[in-house]
Design a protein around this ligand. Structure first.
Ligand SMILES: Nc1ncnc2c1ncn2[C@@H]1O[C@H](COP(=O)(O)OP(=O)(O)OP(=O)(O)O)[C@@H](O)[C@H]1O
Ligand SMILES: Nc1ncnc2c1ncn2[C@@H]1O[C@H](COP(=O)(O)OP(=O)(O)OP(=O)(O)O)[C@@H](O)[C@H]1O
Ligand SMILES: [Mg+2]
Ligand SMILES: [Mg+2]
Lengths: 227, 227
């Protein structure tokens, strides 16, 4: 499903130049559940943004379902993103003026679902994540962990084939964290591909494989789960 | 240093009414290191904002150094906040147009320190937290864990007697998390009072005492460290 070849991302503005990804190679098979770990600043979120079609690499190739998206732009990239990818951001990125349920319905607008079906699905997901009594709160009226769970529900709402989760349990107590992992495991079991960044070894242990990043490079295949 | 009596906080806007804190009682002695744990949505950040003089309770009392601040407003509250409290926010709240080092210098402006001394202190703190090569990056040019460390440095810059840390290691790998805890333990050892919210039991274990919140109430004294 995902094949990344010699991916390079250089941030360069004014006096600043950072090589965030340095010829990174990675493959994720359709239906796999992969965890990505690595030190703060090692390039994980940068990689995720490229995988999520939210950013383009400086050089190198990214094949999503066999299609080279690394040179796509604007509307083409957005179309693929909306159809294929659910993204859980490290800092949530909820729309501040929309309620929880409206935030979750957003991906469903693109799919032409009728209003009642959008609402039903959004409510069901939020209830599953323990937010049934917070449907009409705006992000500023939610705790950190509640905002995180709204971001998760939004990513899953459209049932996309690829789920990218950047630190989905960072703000959650053990109980809510278990609920989230339960939900991701169910999504995976129903055939979806899941790539998850985490600093929590007990979360990573629930994936099928762990890829470790260090200084913009992936130690692919050298650090298998259980080693 | 901190005494909170029958603290109540009710959020009430339109159809929404949430009792976030429900007659909460808590004491923290000068120089103590207390961890606060509890489920997502149990009222931890709400309590922290009141302790940090960023919000006022609906009812109840908050004595900071023997002074009743629960009925203070505006400038008086701000003055106490700037002089006495360093706050690490769950979502960082860095100023987006300032660089890392400028963000960290901010609390020092209130103290009339000369520019060269402000810069020296800010740089020293950032270097200690592994960000010596990120001084001139703006928040959007930093990873999640790097932003978190800038927020920590900013809270410590003015050497305030009370440090309030809301999930300071949530976005950090184990190595950076250890560096942060090391720094907080040093600050505590030099006489400061530290109150820290965390979902991580291994972080809470480094405090002298753990207070557990559930549904807006503190189980004070019933769950001591090691029980
Ligand atoms: N402005 C608001 N209006 C209405 N309800 C609110 C508001 N802010 C917070 N709440 C609610 O108050 C409760 C306590 O929120 P708080 O942020 O203190 O939780 P928390 O313990 O810090 O949770 P977490 O571990 O997820 O960060 C939550 O259930 C939240 O939905
Ligand atoms: N716009 C930018 N300009 C310059 N440097 C950047 C920019 N965005 C990110 N960086 C740098 O690129 C590196 C990788 O950042 P990235 O966000 O991918 O790290 P990460 O592995 O997700 O870290 P964390 O675990 O802390 O979230 C970091 O060192 C960061 O400072
Ligand atoms: Mg990141
Ligand atoms: Mg909180």
């Amino acid at each position: 499903m995902i094949r990344v070849e010699n991916l390079v991302k250089v941030y360069s503005t004014g006096a600043i130049r950072v090589e965030a990804l340095r010829r990174l190679n990675l493959e994720v098979g359709r239906g796999e559940f992969v965890a990505i770990m690595g030190p703060s600043g090692s390039g994980k979120s940068t990689l995720m943004h490229i995988l999520g079609c939210l950013d383009t690499p400086t050089s190198g190739r990214y094949f999503l379902d066999g299609e080279d998206v690394s040179q796509m732009e604007g509307n083409d990239l957005a179309a693929i993103r909306n159809r294929k990818i659910g993204f859980i951001f490290q800092s949530f990125n909820l729309l501040p003026r929309l309620t929880a349920v409206d935030n979750v319905e957003l991906p469903l607008l693109y799919r032409g679902l009728p209003a009642r079906e959008r609402r039903r699905r959004a409510e069901a997901l939020l209830e599953k994540l323990g937010l049934g009594d917070r449907l009409h709160h705006r992000p500023a009226e939610l705790s950190g962990g509640q905002q995180q769970r709204v971001a998760i529900a939004r990513a899953l709402a459209g049932d996309p084939p690829l789920i990218l989760a950047d630190e989905p349990t960072g703000n959650l107590d053990s109980h809510s964290g278990l609920e989230v992992m339960q939900t991701l495991l169910e999504v995976h079991a129903s055939g979806h591909t899941v790539v998850l960044i985490t600093h929590d070894a007990s979360v990573a242990a629930q994936a099928e494989r762990i890829v470790r990043l260090r200084d913009g490079l992936a130690e692919e295949g050298q650090k298998e789960k259980g080693e």
